[in-house]
Design a protein around this ligand. Structure first.
Ligand SMILES: *Cc1c(COP(=O)(O)O)cnc(C)c1O
Length: 376
């Protein structure tokens, strides 16, 4: 059996090696390293895939979130609602822009922002909601969009973990996660479902003015050459990354399907283990399993992790400490007990390897080892 990894990026590369090597060689030969033709082509192909009018690439997913908030002209002191159960980037950029993050707890099943809790977080200063589509499925966007519409709030989707997931709207139509709010943001960090060979990110919108402003802000706020209408940043996707991502985008649906097949095998194997909660699906969202995350309900999460490790199976805890209890965010003045669902999840969750290159014998080994742990 081949060694098991959380993600198998090298194995995935080997499948497309010739095509990727050739594309990289072409970029190097052209020396169009910044803003080369592959960047424009990738943006167009990505917009078509996402079903949006404007797709603007940038340096990474964190920048995408920051640029989104800059483009919406959020001002210091404005409040932005998000969750404490996410990657740090989500609240990092809110704080960097001197906006105020207002956290609301998540749903215990889906790990996503609990729309029931929005009303309690609303104030006169609230300007935006940042739902995070955690682990590969969209938050309850129908209710979040309805709430945002009623209170005139912007919705910025953190879609770093759910690119490609389809979502059914209240009117019965289907759109992609990341194409539902005013602006969608994503990341091409190597281990994401659509991963580059370095950093990368993108923003999505259907609003032409916002699209232009985002394009300008990612390029120093420039409109005409050496004329600057906005305070901007330098955040661009390299041509090399765009060339690689153009190839990988054509396989994204197949990648997501491969992840779903691994998840289905795990579900079938673990559903009957009383100590485990398999991932709960949002009824309106497809799940593309950026992570396959179990809840261990009998306090033995860390013991399970050690047991897996002893059997050469990596497993990760996303996330071990909620954002409101991180040292860097103490000035927000939250305390232990403020978000009980998130705090409990941090002690229960464990993510198993799920990626596009899983082999049958690896999958069987992981499943048998988890089962063995709970039959002890
Ligand atoms: C990865 C990630 C980001 C940040 O993306 P980078 O490209 O690493 O900057 C933001 N939010 C979430 C939820 C993520 O998983």
């Amino acid at each position: 059996m081949r060694q098991i990894h959380m993600v198998d990026l090298y194995g995935q590369y080997l499948r497309h090696k010739e095509e990727i090597d050739l594309a990289m060689q072409e970029v190097i030969s052209s020396t169009a390293f910044i803003k080369g033709p592959d960047v424009q082509s990738f943006q167009e192909e990505l917009a078509a895939y996402m079903g949006v009018d404007h797709s603007i690439t940038c340096g990474n997913g964190t920048d995408a979130l920051q640029v989104a908030m800059m483009a919406l002209d959020l001002q210091p002191g404005d409040e932005v609602i998000t969750t404490p159960f996410t990657f740090i980037a989500t609240i990092e950029v809110i704080s960097l822009l001197k906006l105020t993050p207002v956290l609301v707890d998540v749903e215990p099943g889906t790990f996503n922002l609990d729309p029931e809790k929005l009303q309690g977080a609303l104030s006169e200063k609230t300007r935006a909601i940042v739902p995070v589509h955690l682990f590969g499925q969209a938050a309850d966007m129908n209710r979040i969009l309805e709430f945002a519409g009623r209170h005139n709030l912007y919705v910025i989707e953190d879609n770093a973990q759910a690119i490609g997931a389809a979502y059914r709207l209240a009117d019965g139509s289907t759109k992609k996660a990341g194409a539902l709010g005013h602006i969608g943001c994503t990341s091409f960090f190597p281990s994401k479902n659509l991963g580059a060979y370095g950093d990368g990110g993108a923003l999505f919108t259907n609003d032409m003015d916002l699209g232009q402003k985002i394009r300008s802000i990612t390029n120093h706020g420039m409109t005409e050459r050496y004329h600057y209408d906005h305070v901007g940043v330098n955040s661009r996707l390299d041509t090399l990354q765009a060339a690689i991502l153009r190839i990988k985008l054509r396989h994204l649906d197949a990648y997501n399907q491969a992840r779903q097949e691994v998840a289905a095998a795990y579900d079938a194997a673990f559903a009957a283990i009383p100590e485990l909660q398999v991932p709960v699906r949002n009824q309106d969202s497809e799940h593309i399993f950026h992570q396959y995350t179990l809840q261990v309900n009998n306090g033995s999460r860390d013991a399970l992790r050690d047991f897996l490790k002893a059997h050469d199976i990596p497993a990760m805890v996303y996330y071990p400490l909620p954002l409101h209890l991180q040292a860097a965010y103490q000035q927000l003045e939250y305390k232990e007990g403020d978000f009980p669902v998130t705090e409990a999840l941090c002690k229960k969750v464990i993510s198993l390897p799920v990626h596009t290159e899983m082999e049958e014998d690896q999958l069987v080994h992981i499943i048998d080892t988890v089962k063995k742990f709970f039959s002890k």
